[in-house]
Design a protein around this ligand. Structure first.
Ligand code: PLP
Length: 402
């Protein structure tokens, strides 16, 4: 909210405020997580080992993939998938500008050119027709992002990928637990990247996972995550593994380790319950906002399972005398934590200047960047917290309506 810090003070007198500050996010961590970490600390093996291998196995089963590779972030999962998909200098990868920096940065790090395609204004997910328009002879892949936890149109994107022989890498940082037309996210494309960052659907503090059905790709990503060496560290130091290894290619230091994996296993056991609760909170917001004229809600296909990572409203700015940043600041003043997902990457200095992009080149991503507001949605919120956050927002919008 730094943009709005120096804006004129809004008159909020008489508006209802929450008695206690409701944070935008609070991770759900309890005794199970504490015990899991203590067990690893006391085991004498804290780096990548058996606990990570177990987490990979249960995670792969959970999302319906043959293989899962534990990594230290979703960013690492995106970077290594891109390398395995052949992205590099002289190639292009298509993605949405309406995402977190990691999605496009990871493309830049391979030497490939990130090519943006605008979003569908109703879902804020990448628009397949825009993707189709941007394919060239140099395109090797695409990274769709399941914004907020609502699956992208994978059928149409899959058809474009098949037609042009492109590799799809799904950025599922928001989408653990989501399903597209009955198929679990993580089981659909050659690669899917998940995040366990502190605010995500499950957390290991920092962490990520790559899923794939291809044994050779899984092996390549695993090798790249540990310096390009031929064997896992834990195999190297175990009795069977000797201490012999070979460097096959210059890899990275991207592996998950057992303290993370222990947290991840404990969190994964609660994933379904936490998602159900976020869904209930989203339904309370939905019913509150159903007839509100000064905002609109995102649409999602009811046939899909939504992971409800974010709850985003789009403010109808022409009917308001304030900006989204001023509304966000008013929410904070009235004790409701809010956030903004996202300020489109094409508006950021690096992407704007390096690739010569103008704001209007992606009009829907621009409009969402100015009007989207994320409200709190996490399992430890009560129904009352939710209703209060909703009514404080509607109070602000009524006060500043034109
Ligand atoms: C959080 C996030 C990432 C990065 O996840 P890390 O695990 O922090 O690397 C990537 N893409 C999107 C859309 C995200 O929200």
């Amino acid at each position: 909210m730094s943009d709005s810090r120096h804006a004129t003070r809004l008159d909020l007198a008489g508006l209802h405020a929450a008695e206690e500050y409701l944070p935008f996010h609070r991770a759900t961590l309890g005794e199970a997580e504490e015990q899991a970490v203590i067990d690893v600390l006391r085991s004498g093996w804290i780096t990548r080992g058996q606990v990570t291998a177990e987490f990979e196995q249960v995670f792969a089963e959970r999302v319906g993939a043959a293989y899962a590779v534990g990594l230290n972030s979703c960013t690492a999962a995106l970077h290594l998938s891109l390398l395995a998909a052949g992205a590099g200098p002289g190639t292009e990868v298509i993605t949405t500008p309406y995402t977190f920096a990691a999605t496009a940065n990871s493309i830049v790090h391979t030497g490939a050119r990130p090519v943006f395609a605008d979003i569908d204004p109703a879902t804020l997910n990448i628009d397949p027709e825009q993707v189709a328009n941007r394919v060239t002879d140099d395109t090797v892949g695409m990274i769709p992002v399941h914004f907020g936890g609502a699956p992208c149109d994978m059928k149409r994107l899959g058809a474009i990928a098949d037609e042009h022989r492109l590799t799809i890498i799904e950025d599922a940082a928001h989408a653990l637990g989501a399903e597209y037309m009955g198929e679990r996210i993580g089981s659909i494309s050659p690669f899917t990247a998940f995040s366990f960052y502190a605010t995500k659907n499950i957390t290991t503090g920092e962490g990520g996972m790559l899923t794939t059905d291809d044994a050779a790709l899984a092996e390549r990503v695993r090798r790249l995550s540990l310096h390009g060496m031929s064997a896992d560290a834990w195999k190297r130091y175990s009795r069977e593994g000797h201490s012999y290894y070979e460097v096959i290619e210059p890899g990275f230091k991207y592996n998950m380790f057992d303290i993370q994996a222990a947290l991840g296993q404990a969190q994964l056991r609660r994933e379904e319950e936490m998602r159900r609760r976020r869904g209930e909170i989203a339904a309370i917001y939905d019913s509150h906002f159903a007839d509100m004229p000064r905002l609109s809600l995102l649409t999602a296909d009811p046939a899909d399972i939504h992971a409800h990572h974010l709850y985003v409203v789009l403010l109808d700015l022409p009917s308001l005398s304030v900006t989204r940043d001023q509304v966000a600041e008013a929410m904070e003043t009235l004790n409701i934590g809010v956030s903004v997902h996202f300020r489109s990457l094409h508006l950021h200095p690096y992407y704007r200047e390096r690739f010569g992009i103008a704001p209007q080149d992606f009009p829907y991503a621009l409009r969402a960047s100015e009007s989207a507001l994320s409200l709190p949605v996490y399992p430890s919120m009560t129904d009352e917290d939710t209703a209060m956050a909703a009514s404080i927002l509607t109070g602000i919008l009524e006060r500043f309506s034109i």
